[in-house]
Design a protein around this ligand. Sequence first.
Ligand SMILES: NC(=O)c1ccc[n+]([C@@H]2O[C@H](COP(=O)([O-])OP(=O)(O)OC[C@H]3O[C@@H](n4cnc5c(N)ncnc54)[C@H](OP(=O)(O)O)[C@@H]3O)[C@@H](O)[C@H]2O)c1
Length: 273
Amino acid sequence: MQNQKIAFLGCGNMGTSLISGLIANGHPASSLSGVDPDENQRRKLAERHDIRVTAAIAEGVPGADVIVLAVKPQTVPAALAEVKPALQAERPLVLSIAAGVRSATISNALGGACPVVRAMPNTPALLGAGASGLYAAADVSADQRRMAMHIMQAVGAAVWLDDESQLDTVTAVSGSGPAYFFLIVELLERIAADMGLSREQAHMLSVETALGAARMLKETGEDAATLRQRVTSPGGTTEKALQVFREGGLEPLLRRALAACRDRSVELAKHGD
Ligand SMILES: NC(=O)c1ccc[n+]([C@@H]2O[C@H](COP(=O)([O-])OP(=O)(O)OC[C@H]3O[C@@H](n4cnc5c(N)ncnc54)[C@H](OP(=O)(O)O)[C@@H]3O)[C@@H](O)[C@H]2O)c1
């Protein structure tokens, strides 16, 4: 796995985070290369890591076992058209993290030459704390699946999906999910300040509570419902708040929000076809 050559097409936020994560996990920098037309991105990456970063696909891509497609979704068609001639002979795995671009669209743009894996990461991947869903087309080999998992696990946790359409649900849960938690913290802070705490106090207490709760979820091995019940004494303070959430229809509201997010993801993917 560590000898596999990986070329990154697009070395922006995500591409750079994946490269940094792979190097931190022991993947040799000499097996990684990057292509990006933006001189600024190339310079920043070259300052951080001793890897080959070029503007020209002809220099960065040949000989790679995996091409990581990490350009913005709207730039995918142009990037694929540019890279296509270099991929025809070697047929590397293409691992795309471009949101909403279907594996068939990528495969067709490359004339069916390359097996394709699609991954949907999220923003915490930029800190190595991401959560990604992965889908492999039928012609992806077991070794290539392991390789795709190795790459995505460099920036956090990752899980395989059986069906490509499940990526739309992943978008609704973990892709857009950080924004839901940010909103809750934002509201906690605002309401705490309205209730008399200083902005600093409200910020510290809300952020540390989110972090502490997340760590308990991850580190105790207990599920969310058990942890919630443990802090909810009958007749106590937490029970009162949870009752208000229930009566206000928090669950149906979240169901509607996630369904709207998933449906928008489906819609955007149709535009990209
Ligand atoms: N950031 C996230 O949290 C997140 C989460 C999930 C999925 N994603 C997906 O990850 C992908 C990358 O996102 P990002 O935030 O890393 O974007 P980004 O910071 O804009 O990076 C993309 C880089 O690709 C370069 N590029 C454009 N055309 C290229 C080409 N033909 N060949 C090589 N490089 C090219 C861009 O250069 P120019 O600026 O000069 O165009 C830019 O430096 C997107 O498709 C996005 O949907 C991101």
